[in-house]
Design a protein around this ligand. Structure first.
Ligand code: AKG
Ligand code: FE2
Length: 371
């Protein structure tokens, strides 16, 4: 089965990005992007009343710590996703990052972008890509290709950071991305401390567990810029299929085009509102759910498409290294709260995720203990 149409582009590389498909102004999407009926946005229940929580962090002021801890604890167990404001990251950095990322996708010629093409044969390789890997789900037609192009940056630890792998256009992009990476790392660390405290554990607990006590060199971060071109048939497609994030905590910014949706506890899809350009969206991921024995929820989410405007988001993923073993905190396991997940090695978990496809929370469900 042909999973993506291809055409020969400058540089002789046979590859297609969604953005190139759209340039031909098709009235219909190619069949490989059409979701099976039960995955289509039109077939799933969407709530317009619900909103993910908005949490004021008060710049991590100790005088507000108790209130912030309570709000983060509630949002983590009910939603696994929330907005944060007054997080300490300058709004100018967020807007410069959005502008630079959009300019790379909009203004950089295709042939220049393809100079950074990621390796389609390896998982999570760095660079400019689109969903090309054939996971079992796409192969069996249980899902379809994402209506999305992206640029993945390996940002941390510093030993993985090589600025020459990142866009040279627009000017200053590389330095800006490096600065953004450092700021997001700091915010992730501060949020992990609040989350640890919210479940009654020492502030350093989550970060120690994720890094396997390995410190800075074991604090992994990837930053993905996602670009969702307008889609002629939004009812049939998804910008990004339903999934939960693999790692520990994702920090995301979006532009003023909505599209990200989170699944509520009641089973309705809730659109993440375009709040203020300064807000950052926090999405808790699978390893956080495992470590907290289910006290924090890994949010199931997806991205819908629209026919009029391209959408941009920037996700900073914070992950354990492949070798680290992740299992629920002994302190959170008791007779009234039995062990809910078996231990995983993070590298095994990611391999299974990439070869099976996310299928909602299937990979997390597969390690659940039913006791
Ligand atoms: O584009 C978005 O808003 C979400 C991106 C996302 O969920 C991801 O990259 O894992
Ligand atoms: Fe995600």
């Amino acid at each position: 089965m042909a999973l993506h149409s291809s055409e020969s582009l400058a540089g002789g590389e046979s590859v297609i990005r969604v953005q190139n498909l759209v340039e031909a102004q098709p009235s219909q999407v190619p069949p490989q992007y059409i979701q099976p009926p039960h995955h289509r946005p039109s077939a799933t229940s969407t709530s317009t009343d619900l909103r993910i929580p908005v949490i004021d962090l008060f710049g991590f002021d100790p005088d507000h710590r108790d209130a912030v801890r309570g709000a983060v604890g509630r949002a983590s167990s009910e939603w696994g996703a929330f907005h944060v404001i007054n997080h300490g990251i300058p709004s100018s950095l967020l807007s410069q990052m959005r502008t630079a990322a959009l300019s790379f996708f909009r203004d950089c010629p295709v042939s220049d972008k393809l100079a950074y093409a990621c390796d389609p044969k390896s998982f999570a390789s760095e660079g400019y890509g689109t969903q090309m890997l054939v996971d079992k789900e796409v192969e069996s037609q249980a899902s379809a290709l994402d209506w999305r192009d992206y640029f993945d940056h390996h940002t941390l630890p510093l030993s993985r950071r090589n600025l020459s792998n990142w866009p040279h256009f627009p000017s200053g992009y590389r330095e800006l991305m490096a600065q953004y990476s450092d700021c997001m790392k700091l915010l992730a660390q501060r949020l992990l401390a609040v989350i640890s405290e919210s479940i009654g554990l020492p502030s350093s607990w989550m970060e120690d567990a994720i890094t396997g006590m390995g410190g800075e060199e074991n604090f992994y971060q990837n930053i993905t810029v996602s670009y969702y071109p307008p889609c002629p048939q939004p009812g049939l497609t998804l910008g990004l299929q339903t999934h939960s994030d693999i790692g520990a905590i994702t920090l995301l910014i979006q532009d003023d085009v909505e599209g990200l949706q989170v699944l509520s506890g009641q089973g309705d899809w809730v659109t993440v509102q375009s709040l203020s350009p300064n807000a950052i969206i926090v999405i808790l991921a699978d390893q956080t759910e495992i470590l907290t024995n289910g006290k924090c929820k890994s949010a199931e989410h997806r991205v819908t498409t629209n026919s009029s405007r391209a959408r941009l988001s920037i996700s900073a993923f914070h992950d354990p290294p492949k070798s680290v073993k992740i299992s629920p905190a002994a302190e959170l396991v008791s007779e009234s709260s039995p062990l809910r997940y078996r231990e995983v090695i993070f590298g095994d978990y990611t391999s299974s995720w990439y070869s099976n496809g996310p299928q909602g929370r299937r990979n997390l469900d597969a390690i659940k203990l039913h006791n």
